[in-house]
Design a protein. Structure first.
Length: 264
């Protein structure tokens, strides 16, 4: 469980921390419980939750009696309050998923990677997959926080560049983040694929309560490894079989992209 801060400049981060605390409480959590779990002051939690309720991300529902005093109102995540798209670009297959706020995969699609030596063709395909997912799900595009994009490294995350991945010939300093944002009209967060796998494990996997782990991940073309503050791990994807499975890296990318968007 991440902990927040009471410094005013970190308001966006606190929003993410509070949302995460509410998400993890399957039966709902009171404001005092959120404060206890996040380390935030009661006033900060009250201010953050008021904003989240106004934005349709959190709702009040039900009460619970714990100890003396009046019953405490429970907070619940509004699963369909917002959505995020995740994309995993692999030299063999491109996978895209649509998630709600709870991290439930609503739609998924995969397609063989077109001429991997042509970044423009890859961007065009990804944009079509993203548009198709949103349309098929009947989701209001305005409710989509953005696109999380997982790609093989090395990557310049700050500049949004894929530098020169060994298994993607002719990909040299490709501005993948800006290219996909232009093609989709959505904010895009670019992450290294193993980082997205770490996010996926923390969000979906058995390591949800863990704090640190090293891992080795496999993809269609080459292995990768990572060591991070959050645990990570992913079964090998199934390249060449479009539509049969969704990639945890894509889901992790969606989670990372959504976090960046709602923290802003």
């Amino acid at each position: 469980m991440r902990r927040g801060t009471n410094l005013p400049a970190i308001g966006g981060y606190n929003r993410t921390v509070v949302l995460d605390a509410v998400r993890r409480a399957a039966e709902g959590a009171s404001r005092s419980e959120v404060a206890e779990r996040t380390g935030l002051s009661a006033q900060t939690v009250t201010n953050v939750t008021r904003r989240l309720i106004d934005e349709g991300l959190v709702r009040e529902g039900g009460t619970v009696i714990r100890g003396p005093g009046k019953p405490r109102t429970l907070l619940h995540l509004v699963a369909d309050g917002r959505f995020a798209v995740g994309v995993h670009v692999d030299p063999a297959v491109i996978t895209s998923v649509l998630l709600d706020l709870e991290g439930t995969v609503l739609r998924h699609v995969s397609s063989p990677t077109p001429s991997a030596s042509r970044p423009d063709e890859v961007v065009a395909l990804v944009a079509r997959l993203v548009d198709g997912l949103i349309a098929d799900a009947g989701v209001d595009r305005q409710a989509v926080l953005g696109v999380g994009l997982a790609a093989p490294g090395p990557i310049d995350v700050g500049a949004g560049l894929v530098l020169d991945p060994p298994m993607l010939p002719r990909w040299r300093h490709v501005p993948l983040r800006s290219a996909l944002s232009t093609a989709t009209g959505l904010p895009v967060l670019l992450e290294k694929d193993v980082t997205a796998a770490a996010v996926a494990e923390l969000w979906f996997g058995p390591g949800i309560a863990a704090t640190s782990r090293s891992c080795t991940t496999a993809r269609a073309s080459a292995p990768g490894s990572c060591s991070a503050a959050s645990p990570c791990g992913e079964p090998a994807p199934t390249p060449g079989t479009p539509g049969t499975s969704w990639s945890p890296r894509a889901a992790g990318a969606a989670r990372a992209g959504a976090s960046a968007a709602w923290a802003s």
